[in-house]
Design a protein around this ligand. Structure first.
Ligand code: PLP
Length: 394
């Protein structure tokens, strides 16, 4: 069992924001200004995000979930349509399709990376399929060339849930440019935070205009039209939502973006140290790396091989938690949740690769403020798992 001197150490979560005095000052400055919500700072944040990922447009919204809903709406996904989504992801990746009255088709993942399996995508295509949502699991880009080829052949839209992968790249091309539209999240557990927030990046100005209207009640914001018809004039041209990001949040985003390259570097350093430590630990296997890609390491996921460790994932999870380590499981495959089972008729056996992976996966703490002692604590605890199993076996 856990030695008590260890369990008194502070809890180490799997992810945590890094806020500094400059972030706080930037937010305070907006609080003292004329604009709290949609003002000049939102536009500035959008420009900087677009510049960072290298797209023409960025549309800031109130969450990653809102970003996904905006992009599904901009594609005019609706009743009768199907969108292919991997089963290893957060619920919002499928819910955004259901918000539009369409049907998410949950498919299996690649056993090495746990990103959507292009072969599974191809097998799931029907005459109703309109789009594929690639999810860059853990921060690693999917195989976008394979997905793009399939989408081109079948005339499907390729869109991306990059809530894990801001700063990653695939064959030298940054995430954000790899699909028609790409959604990011700025929740505190993600790589850059605005408290709550999200953005969609795209090169298509028509789609961007559609999303700008959708995030603001479906109001058409054509200034020229407004000038001609009188300054009071605006038109609701479709059903929209209030998915606006505030200037307060955008100020935090701009400030965070300045340090983002350092955040990314630190995540990659931590991952490299884990990789090195686990290369000599039997039964602990990091996920495979996609060739020619740069990983953003939102998550560091290992697979625990119970046969080699002599301890299964549940027992390992509990032992690590008892040591104050905030390990977690990303994710319970969507097709096994009661809601999707009822709504979509899915169930055990549908996605065998994801189901097998689910029995073994564990996300370890990784965030920029982790220090050498924190990393050593995680590595020692995992070594402890293997040595305790050795004692059991002896
Ligand atoms: C976090 C996350 C979302 C949702 O983002 P929110 O900002 O929390 O709404 C969607 N998809 C994935 C894969 C995520 O990790």
């Amino acid at each position: 069992m856990a030695p008590s001197d260890h369990s008194s150490e502070p809890f180490l979560p799997y992810g945590r924001q890094s806020i500094d005095e400059a972030d706080i000052a930037a937010v305070v400055e907006v609080l003292r200004s004329d604009w709290l919500t949609t003002g000049p700072t939102v536009a500035r944040f959008e420009q900087q995000v677009a510049q960072f990922v290298g797209t023409q447009q960025a549309v800031a919204v109130s969450s990653g979930t809102a970003a996904l809903h905006c992009l599904m709406h901009a594609l005019e996904i609706g009743p009768g349509d199907e969108v292919i989504v991997p089963t290893i992801t957060f619920a919002a990746s499928a819910n955004c399709v259901l918000f539009q009255g369409a049907r998410p088709i949950l498919v299996d993942v690649d056993p090495g990376t746990l990103c959507i399996d292009p072969a599974a995508v191809e097998a799931a295509i029907t005459p109703q399929t309109r789009a594929v949502l690639a999810v860059d699991f853990a921060g690693q880009p999917c195989d976008y060339d394979a997905l793009a080829a399939i989408c081109q052949q079948h005339q499907l839209h390729l869109v991306s849930d990059a809530c894990h992968s801001l700063g990653a790249s695939y064959q030298g091309r940054p995430v954000g440019q790899l699909a028609k539209m790409t959604a990011f999240s700025f929740h505190p557990v993600k790589a850059l935070t605005t408290g709550e927030g999200g953005v969609v990046t795209t090169d298509d100005s028509k789609l961007a205009d559609s999303m700008r209207s959708f995030r603001n009640h479906g109001i058409d914001t054509d200034h020229r039209q407004r000038q001609q018809a009188g300054n009071w004039h605006y038109q609701v041209t479709k059903l929209g939502f209030n998915y606006r990001l505030t200037d307060i949040q955008s100020a935090l985003g701009i400030s965070q973006l300045k340090r983002f390259p350092d955040f990314l570097t630190r995540r990659r350093e931590i991952a490299a140290q884990y990789d090195k430590a686990f290369s000599s630990l039997a039964g602990i296997e990091p996920l495979d790396l996609q060739a020619n890609s740069e990983h953003a390491y939102h998550l560091y996921v290992i697979r625990l091989k119970a046969a080699e460790l002599g301890i299964d994932r549940r027992a390992a999870f509990e032992q690590l938690r008892s040591l104050g380590l905030g390990v977690n499981v990303h994710y319970i495959p969507l097709h096994l949740h009661p809601f999707y089972q009822q709504q979509l008729g899915t169930g055990p056996g549908d996605c065998p690769v994801a189901e097998a992976a689910y029995e073994e996966i564990l996300s370890l703490p990784i965030f920029p403020a982790m220090n050498a002692a924190d990393i050593a604590r995680v590595v020692d605890a995992l070594r402890g798992l293997t040595s305790s199993s050795g004692q059991q076996a002896a």
